[in-house]
Design a binder for this molecule. Structure first.
Ligand code: GDP
Ligand code: MG
Length: 161
């Protein structure tokens, strides 16, 4: 499949990015969106909601045995989140780099966590960690009809070498 306007192959890789409740409370939503826009990724889904226990327990099913699991769910339900789907070349790996290390103390300056957070229990943002994980998370948080398949006529990324 090629873009109608640029003729270049469409990049279909997608990832789920969420601004966590502390990021919303601290008015960081705009700055976080801006970083993904200016990098060239395409926003294809966006919503604000109060996350449910059901969705969060599925989203964090791999962490159920961790000692911080209950506090993680309390944190994630402490206020609304902004959930987004971003699309583009290598978006899963690149957004992990942009978000930075899970523990903000180890996150590089210039990353979202490195610039905006101090502690792992309040690390501002979520990013899917693999292409398969992203597909599962996108299905969990979004209905297919709420993702917008729009044609980007400004060339910002390509799968061609
Ligand atoms: P991520 O993919 O970088 O978000 O990291 P993980 O998937 O390993 O963990 C999911 C989330 O659980 C992290 O983003 C943190 O919000 C939280 N978390 C991870 N490790 C800890 C921890 O040691 N203590 C606390 N309180 N929360 C943690
Ligand atoms: Mg993770």
């Amino acid at each position: 499949h090629r873009s109608k306007s640029t003729g270049l192959p469409d990049v279909r890789e997608r990832t789920l990015i969420a601004v966590k409740p502390d990021g919303v409370q601290r008015r960081l939503v705009g700055q976080i969106i801006q970083r993904f826009e200016q990098r060239g990724f395409k926003l294809v889904g966006l919503k604000m909601l109060q996350a449910s226990q059901d969705v969060l327990s599925e989203h964090y099913c791999g962490l159920r045995t961790k000692p911080f699991y209950n506090s993680l769910l309390r944190y994630m339900t402490s206020g609304p989140v902004v959930v987004m789907v971003w699309e583009g070349h290598n978006v899963v790996q690149t957004s992990r780099t942009m978000v930075g290390h899970t523990n903000p103390a180890e996150a590089m300056a210039g990353t979202v966590r490195g610039d905006f957070s101090m502690h792992v229990s309040r690390n501002v943002v979520h990013a899917s960690d693999s292409v398969e994980g992203a597909q599962k998370e996108i299905q969990l948080w979004f209905q297919a009809k709420d993702l917008v398949d729009w044609d980007c006529w400004v060339q910002t990324s390509t799968s061609e070498v």
